[in-house]
Design a binder for this molecule. Structure first.
Ligand code: A3P
Length: 309
């Protein structure tokens, strides 16, 4: 594994904005390069709102691509196996773009960018550049219910010493409801990609479904990737991508980043991996407020979520 040594002081990211979407200042500064990124016809993009089960999906996909070969999947950390395309951790380190550009095809890439058709369509670069990334031949999108997603994002801000200061739970709750967190509104994200799937080759999955029936959902990914695996290999993938196993997998549990960045003693990256943990966080009043906003924001969409199993 590439050794990640810090030769700089860890500071929390400042937040800027691109096309109305809050992103780190580092991403904003590199936006012209990110925007000009060229997807290749055989790229596979894993797109999610942050904390929706990205790492889980990445591991499942990598295991499928490696035909269930565990050792092969241990070749590098999630971070290096599947470049996080818009990510700029620090100017001294390679960006997601650098990693993607250095990678041989076929590439599997990760993004948390929203599918932002209006902004993209209005751009003079609409038919190439980032648009081609957000509409490559194949995208696996994973969505997680808004409440659990919020709770997971909050704890991630606590443990990741580079994320913007989360403030108190109450403050973070409000920021998330207002879409003022990194990558913007959860609503715009899940709805944007939901609509995009009518136009492009996008497999839209739900965290809750994978949790409830991993076999069925992994089979959907296999079908989407036009792969066929023996039952034993599928069993192996189900086993190795369970929460408890991934939690102890140093190549997937984000312990490969230095503790100055990710402080697992505050909250582990592999925290709970459950559906319905929001019930341990939301007050009755917060839940009522959230439900009222949710109803307004989700009116008119065919997209539905399960908040518990
Ligand atoms: P919790 O904080 O609710 O535990 P991402 O990879 O998008 O950052 O998402 C992280 C969330 O996915 C965390 O949620 C993490 O525990 C959960 N997760 C990671 N691997 C998982 C797995 N194999 N099964 C279920 N949940 C998993």
């Amino acid at each position: 594994m590439e050794e990640l040594k810090l030769d700089w002081d860890v500071k929390r990211f400042e937040v800027g904005e691109v096309e109305g979407i809050p992103l780190t200042k580092e991403i904003c500064e590199k936006w012209h390069k990110i925007w000009a990124f060229q997807a290749k016809p055989d790229d596979l993009l894993i797109a999610t709102y942050a904390k929706a089960g990205t790492t889980w999906t990445q591991e499942i996909v990598d295991m499928i691509q490696c035909d269930g070969d565990i050792e092969k999947c241990q070749r590098a950390s999630t971070y290096d196996r599947q470049p996080f395309i818009e990510w700029v951790l620090h100017k001294n380190w390679p960006t997601g773009l650098d990693k993607a550009e250095a990678m041989p095809s076929p590439r599997t890439l990760k993004t948390h960018l929203p599918y932002y058709e209006s902004a993209l369509a209005l751009s003079p670069l609409a038919n190439n550049g980032l648009f081609s990334l957000l509409c490559p031949p194949q995208v696996i999108y994973v969505a997680r219910n808004a409440k659990d997603n919020l709770v997971s994002f909050y704890h991630f801000h606590r443990m990741n010493q580079m994320m913007p200061e989360p403030g108190t739970w109450e403050e973070f709750f409000q920021k998330y409801m207002d879409g003022k967190v990194l990558w913007g509104s959860w609503y715009d994200h899940v709805k944007g990609w939901w609509e995009a799937k009518n136009k492009y080759r996008i497999l839209y999955l739900f965290y809750e479904d994978i949790k409830e029936n991993p076999r069925c959902e992994i089979q959907k990914i296999l079908n989407f990737l036009e792969k066929d695996l023996e039952k034993e290999v599928l069993d192996k993938i189900i086993h190795y991508t369970q929460f408890e196993v991934m939690k102890n997998n140093p190549m997937a549990n984000y312990t490969f980043l230095p503790p100055e960045i990710l402080d697992h003693s505050i909250s582990p990256f592999m925290r709970k991996g459950t559906v319905g943990d929001w019930k341990n966080h939301f007050t009755v009043a917060q839940n009522e407020k959230f439900d009222a906003e949710y109803k307004k924001n989700m009116a008119g969409t065919s997209l539905t979520f399960r908040m518990e199993l």
